[in-house]
Design a protein around this ligand. Structure first.
Ligand code: PHE
Length: 493
């Protein structure tokens, strides 16, 4: 029997975990949320959510993976054979995310290649360039449009890249993260220096951080902070469980969790300076307010930022740097998702070959991802992302916390954590996992559900919303429930 794969050192594990955490969410979500939900004041709910929800859950995921020495599905199965569905829900969510995350990276790859030009091709029309030239977007989710060969091949290239990152499991991942974790940070520092020395940078930064304490009375702000913490720490996807399962059972859990969480948040905060100094510059150059140019998500990374870059001296050079930053930020998050899926298959049988499993997982993800390269791709991406981040993750999080807090026993896991960790975890952690985390997450799900019944998300037609439910939420819920109550199906042949 082959031994379990291992990270070569604790540092490599940390690079991999931090690499997974630091992703597009740090650059295109955090700065925008901060600006939108109270500027500097948003840091209060954000830090509270980090301390009372993010870190306890991260400690829990690291601990359960390391203790059980299995990926999410089998780790929960070891807690109780009826709980395997929780692991399934986590890994399934991760799988869905990696399918569309790779599509976003494909856009970044196209931009990177196009940046090697004397004059970047979106000069004077970044918005039209993104929607019409790159995405060839249609007028609604019901119209698929023509086949987009460029994005198709870009997606293929991204998947080939991901495959070669994960094909030898921890061996290849361990090498790749030594580059893909620090590289985007270094690139962000370069972009930061460029950004803050531009005229108008300060105006942008003031917009980013000027506190509005009134925002703290708005529940929406708190919910946004919680869901950002979940996404940014890659929680409830089975990733951190799988990654920790490749540690020795004696690795220091609490230090690992604090380091991962703090580095990740520091990168988020820092990214905000990069984004807002550049947006401040653009607003000043165009004589408009910062609020008029700020967006999040694809609109920020593929419209606002490229437009600002095109106004700068050495536009092509800085565009190359920026899209390289996006790609290197995203790649280790993308392959961490694939690793969580691979771990599930590899745990089922010791005979399976890592390379084969990796190949099939990448291949299937690629094929499913083709939908995101079509003219309706952005709409589908937005829809699926909405359901995963607002429901999928939260539902998995609730079950994870209840399973560990109540069935495995928070105190039992804490005793293990403290037996291997220098920084001891106090009793507060038990309360967080048993009461606080499930309560907050249940409130979130209910609030979100009520929102959902008021109007169709994003104005999408009913059938599209049904697709969201059917491809995201129903499988997760059914997976969890079926495992809890195994049906005895008698098959008589
Ligand atoms: N944490 C990553 C980010 O902030 C995203 C991610 C989510 C990666 C889930 C893997 C799994 O972008």
């Amino acid at each position: 029997m082959a031994d379990r794969q291992r990270w070569n050192s604790r540092m490599i594990f940390l690079f991999a975990a931090v690499g997974s955490a630091i992703g597009l969410g740090n650059l295109w979500r955090f700065p925008y949320l901060t600006f939108k939900y109270g500027g500097g004041a948003f840091l209060i709910p954000y830090l509270i959510a980090l301390l009372v929800l993010g870190i306890p859950l991260l400690i829990m995921e690291f601990a359960i993976g390391q203790r059980m020495q299995q990926g999410a599905v089998h780790a929960f199965k070891k807690v109780n054979h009826r709980l395997a569905g929780i692991g399934f829900g986590a890994v399934f969510s991760g799988f869905v995310v990696c399918v569309y995350y790779a599509a976003v990276m494909a856009w970044a790859l196209v931009y990177l290649i196009k940046s090697f030009a004397v004059k970047v091709p979106w000069t004077g029309g970044a918005e039209g360039y993104f929607y019409n030239n790159v995405l060839k977007i249609t007028d609604g989710i019901g119209t698929i449009g023509h086949f987009n060969w460029v994005l198709f091949f870009a997606l293929l290239a991204v998947w080939v890249l991901i495959y070669f990152c994960v094909w030898k499991g921890t061996k290849s991942v361990g090498k790749v993260v030594m580059i893909t974790m620090p590289l985007p940070i270094i690139l962000l520092v370069v972009l930061f220096i460029r950004g803050v020395t531009l005229p108008g940078a300060l105006t942008g930064i003031i917009f980013y951080l000027k506190p509005n304490f009134g925002a703290l009375f708005d529940t929406e702000v708190w919910l946004a902070a919680v869901s950002q913490i979940f996404f940014t720490l890659s929680l409830a996807f089975g990733i951190m469980i799988a990654y920790a399962s490749y540690n020795k059972e004696t690795s220091d859990i609490s230090k690992n969790a604090y380091v991962t969480a703090l580095v990740n948040s520091a990168v988020s905060l820092f990214s905000g300076f990069v984004v807002f100094s550049v947006l401040g510059y653009m607003a000043t150059a165009q004589g408009v307010g910062v609020a008029d140019v700020v967006t999040s998500g694809p609109g920020l990374a593929f419209v606002a930022f490229p437009q600002a870059l095109s106004l700068m001296p050495f536009a092509a050079f800085f565009s190359v740097l920026f899209f390289l930053t996006l790609l290197s930020l995203g790649i280790d998050s993308a392959f961490s998702l694939v690793e969580a899926v691979n771990a599930t298959f590899l745990d089922t049988s010791k005979k399976l070959a890592t390379k084969k499993v990796a190949f099939y997982v990448c291949f299937v993800s690629f094929v499913l991802g083709i939908i995101f390269t079509t003219g309706a791709g952005l709409y589908f991406l937005d829809l699926i992302d909405h359901f995963i981040t607002n429901f999928g993750l939260v539902i998995v999080g609730i079950f994870e916390a209840i399973a560990i807090g109540w069935i495995f026993g928070a105190e039992k896991l804490r005793t293990y954590i403290n037996s291997v960790s220098d920084w001891k975890v106090g009793k507060w952690w038990n309360y967080a996992i048993k009461y606080f985390v499930p309560a907050v997450l249940i409130i979130m799900v209910v609030a979100q559900f009520i929102n959902e019944t008021k109007e169709n998300y994003g104005g999408y037609p009913g059938w599209a919303i049904a697709v969201g439910w059917l491809t995201v939420i129903i499988p997760i819920v059914i997976g969890i429930v079926l495992a809890i109550k195994p049906m005895k199906v008698e098959v008589n042949v």
